[in-house]
Design a protein around this ligand. Structure first.
Ligand SMILES: Nc1ncnc2c1ncn2[C@@H]1O[C@H](COP(=O)(O)OP(=O)(O)OP(=O)(O)O)[C@@H](O)[C@H]1O
Ligand SMILES: [Mg+2]
Length: 449
């Protein structure tokens, strides 16, 4: 037998190098190369024995079959349900709720046989969580604490589950390749075997993956390429909402998001997240402004809170939660120079409620208005919503999905809805309650003059 070739793979970008180096030549990451033993190729015979090509129009077989997961948010993100025979990678930060969401799914699906492979927790621990999530644990939900993929797959041959949940990929290993569980060669080999099993046994396989500091599934990118669907659960561990996002989906759009809130009974789907924020808004409070962001293709109304107070430090503090601190600096400069509000010497704190991290520039105007309202210590109209990008000269610029944002705000009884002048003249002019302005200064003068 030919000697297996040694090669080195970058944990960060997946680049391959023939020898070990301290720094990845492709992405520049330090100490990221890890040895991977390439499997000896099966030789020419395997190529010759391959399946014969057929005309695409003559291809037969059943259409994609989807199962209802009894969770509207999960169904939505999966593109209408879990596809039979598909391979799903599920990533998220430690403690964000990955195991909770999958166990909930396993408990709630009405009739599918589910095999839950617990590599990180004992069956007893999983049962305790299941009891917390649901009063009765249905039949057809099986659990095994196994870390050898061959043993898991042989259990699958016997049980023939519809759904196999692997929690987590990093705990499984295979004897086919060297290396400890979680190493690059193990991750790839285990994923490959699970992919084969998903096709052969026609079961949906959901694999939990750990994420790196940068928020990507740890291991080579190749794992993400191998699977059909990549889901991420993100959000703030302490407070607020969890967003379920598909970053890859061979069976549906990737623009859908699911919204959950963590409770004692697990992750509860939130069908109308905007309604949550609005009920929490109080009238007559300074430093609060409403805005509408778009996550994927889903509009979300949220609240921006600001506090501006005299500084006791030589360099005033700037603190932003859920928002880019650089963008905050820029908007403060606009407020100072274009609206002539002296915020320079004061401490400024900004918070996006709900635990969201927002990059959407459509929230610029809401941020400026929250800051101006805090600075003036005067409240804005309680149902007002501000949507628009703020330029360096203080001009208001239109943003994408304007009609969707206005519709969402109207649906929740927002009034007035403040938009950039360019939008107000266009499609938005037919809506009552929409007010349009050319500059941020005009908006501040109107309500906080
Ligand atoms: N009794 C409880 N009441 C309310 N929330 C709880 C309770 N127990 C756990 N949680 C929540 O569940 C979270 C843990 O969820 P889970 O174990 O599903 O996360 P995970 O993503 O699987 O984490 P890991 O990466 O460590 O496996 C905790 O952070 C906590 O918010
Ligand atoms: Mg877990």
């Amino acid at each position: 037998m030919a000697k297996p070739k040694r090669r080195y793979v970058c944990r960060a970008c997946g680049a391959v190098a023939p020898r070990w180096m301290g720094q990845c030549p492709a992405c520049g990451e330090w100490d990221s190369l890890e040895e991977e033993v390439a499997l000896p190729s099966a030789g020419k015979a395997a190529v010759l024995e391959g399946k014969a090509p057929v005309a695409l129009r003559d291809v037969t077989g059943e259409d994609v079959m989807r199962w209802d997961m009894a969770d509207p948010e999960l169904n939505r993100v999966l593109g209408g349900g879990l596809v039979k025979g598909s391979l799903v990678l599920f990533g998220g930060a430690p403690g964000i709720g990955k195991s909770t969401l999958l166990l909930q799914m396993a408990l709630n699906t009405p009739k599918q046989t589910v095999l839950y492979v617990a590599g990180e927790e004992s069956p007893r621990q999983v049962k305790m969580r299941a009891e917390r999530l649901k009063n009765t644990i249905r039949e057809g939900l099986l659990i095994v604490d196994q870390t050898d993929v061959a043993a898991v797959l042989s259990a699958c041959q016997t049980i023939k589950p519809d759904i196999l949940i692997v929690d987590s990929l990093h705990t499984l290993s295979t004897a086919v390749v060297d290396g400890p569980p979680g190493s690059i060669s193990q991750l790839k080999a285990v994923t490959y075997q699970l992919m084969q099993a998903a096709r052969d046994l026609e079961m949906a396989v959901i694999i939990v993956g750990h994420v790196t500091k940068e928020g990507q599934v740890a291991g080579p990118r190749l794992v993400e390429h191998m699977v059909d669907v990549v889901l991420y659960l993100e959000g703030d561990r302490q407070v607020g909402f969890r967003l379920l996002r598909a970053v890859k989906n061979r069976f549906g759009a990737v623009s859908e998001i699911g919204v959950y809130v963590m409770t004692g009974q697990g992750l509860q789907p939130v069908q109308d997240p905007s309604a949550h924020f609005l009920t929490e808004r109080r009238a007559g409070v300074a430093g609060v402004a409403g805005g509408v962001t778009v996550e994927g293709i889903r509009p979300l109304m949220l609240e921006v809170q600001a506090l501006v107070s005299p500084s006791y430090y030589q360099i005033p503090q700037r603190s932003a939660t859920g928002y880019d601190p650089k963008r905050l600096q820029m908007l403060l400069a606009v407020l100072e120079k274009r609206v002539h509000k002296a915020v320079g010497g004061q401490d400024v704190f900004l918070n996006i409620t709900g635990g969201f991290r927002i990059k959407d520039t459509a929230l610029d105007l809401a941020v400026v208005m929250a800051l101006a309202s805090a600075h003036a210590d005067a409240a804005l109209p309680p149902r007002a919503v501000f949507v628009g990008e703020v330029g360096l000269t203080g001009e208001l610029r239109p943003v994408p999905f304007m009609e969707m944002r206005i519709d969402e705000a109207l649906r929740h009884g927002a009034e007035p809805i403040v938009v950039p002048a360019a939008v107000g003249k266009g499609p938005a002019s037919r809506y009552a309650g929409v007010r349009s302005f050319a500059t941020v200064r005009e908006v501040v003068d109107e309500w906080l003059g």
